[in-house]
Design a protein around this ligand. Structure first.
Ligand code: DAH
Length: 342
């Protein structure tokens, strides 16, 4: 015990004389005292020679010694950091720049929710270019040149090459899938689309769509209805009602638009539903045989349904966003309302 006390005193003196300042020397200090073959480890070896009744006291002394060495090591490191900071004129007492927690854009949130729902039904995601040619955007979808239905989808053409345009719908992706793949086909096509519209609360020169395409043997209008009904219930809850209205699209026959009961006023009538209690959310129909034949798909053997919805509209109903311009203004007061939403 005497020997131990004496030894520790000597080490303490030696330690207080050690004042390394650079990183290498400090590391040597650590190895010398705190390393696996260091002094702290070796003095612990004294324990076995200490008489039983003194063991507790000796243990305490050794532990204090270890803490002292560790404290010295920490102090040396801190001083070195301060030295370094002073040498390079860094004021380490300056508060840092806080990093703000971001959020997903509401349109991304909704797009991902739509994708997840259709993936559960076995739909794969397909993507395609935003700059398209006339054939994939219009021709292949049974919208030949001079077809009056093109008027509803006026778009922007590329100066250097007027054969290129900004796609007006993601039906162009359906075309690209049918070009490469024979049925069965079951895809959804999310993406940004463009139209030549004057910007207002209700219209914009670009927006987002998710279109879907399902082609196989014996696909019927009943499959279309059930699939879309499932989607609506998953997206908006079990209480929402749906209705189909006959419509016209050149690429489907028969065609239908689907409305859901207005979630804003619960069907009582408001601005969003134009006081009808119903809001249109998508266009749909059975794929026109001509579209199938355009891609060499045998329309006697295969049938299919397709649909297309606007992500902004779904988002408006789900999050009550009532002005399309909000989506692209990057106003932090708007965007931060979606922090934490998944
Ligand atoms: N492409 C249509 C539009 O942008 C929406 C649409 C309707 C897509 C019916 C479809 C469909 O695939 O079958 O207005």
């Amino acid at each position: 015990m005497e020997k131990l006390l004496q030894q520790l005193e000597e080490y303490k003196k030696a330690i207080s004389a050690e004042n390394p300042t650079n990183a290498d020397e400090i590391e040597s200090f650590r190895i010398k005292y705190l390393g696996t073959k260091g002094i702290v480890k070796s003095v612990m070896g004294f324990m076995k020679d200490v008489a039983v009744e003194k063991k507790k006291e000796a243990g305490q002394l050794l532990n204090d010694f270890k803490l002292l060495v560790e404290a010295k090591y920490e102090a040396l490191k801190n001083t070195a950091t301060t030295h370094q900071a002073n040498a390079s004129n860094i004021d380490i007492s300056l508060p840092g720049n806080p990093i703000n927690v971001g959020s997903r854009h509401p349109l991304s949130l909704i797009k991902n929710q739509i994708i997840t729902i259709f993936q559960r039904l076995g739909f794969a995601v397909a993507e395609g270019p935003e700059i398209e040619d006339d054939w994939h955007n219009f021709g292949a979808m049974n919208l030949p040149e001079d077809h009056p239905a093109r008027d509803m989808q006026d778009t922007f053409y590329i100066h250097q090459n007027p054969a290129w345009l900004l796609r007006t719908h993601t039906s162009s992706v359906q075309a690209r899938v049918m070009e490469k793949q024979q049925p069965p086909i079951r895809v959804i096509c999310p993406g940004r689309v463009y139209r030549n519209e004057t910007i207002s609360a209700r219209a914009h020169c670009f927006f987002h769509q998710v279109e879907g395409l399902y082609i196989d043997e014996n696909v019927s209008f009943a499959d279309l209805k059930q699939t879309l009904y499932y989607f609506v219930q998953e997206m908006f809850g079990k209480d929402v009602k749906v209705r189909f209205r006959p419509s016209y699209f050149p690429f489907t026959e028969p065609s239908a638009e689907m409305d859901i009961s207005c979630l804003i006023c619960e069907g009582n009538g408001c601005n969003v539903c134009k006081h009808t209690g119903w809001v249109e959310i998508l266009g749909s129909g059975m794929v026109h045989p001509k579209v199938l034949e355009n891609f060499g798909i045998d329309s006697n053997k295969y049938t299919g349904f397709a649909f297309g919805m606007g992500v902004e509209r779904i988002c408006q109903l789900k999050y009550r966003v009532n002005d399309l311009r909000l989506y692209s203004q990057n106003d932090i007061r708007f965007l931060k309302q979606f922090t934490g939403v998944v």
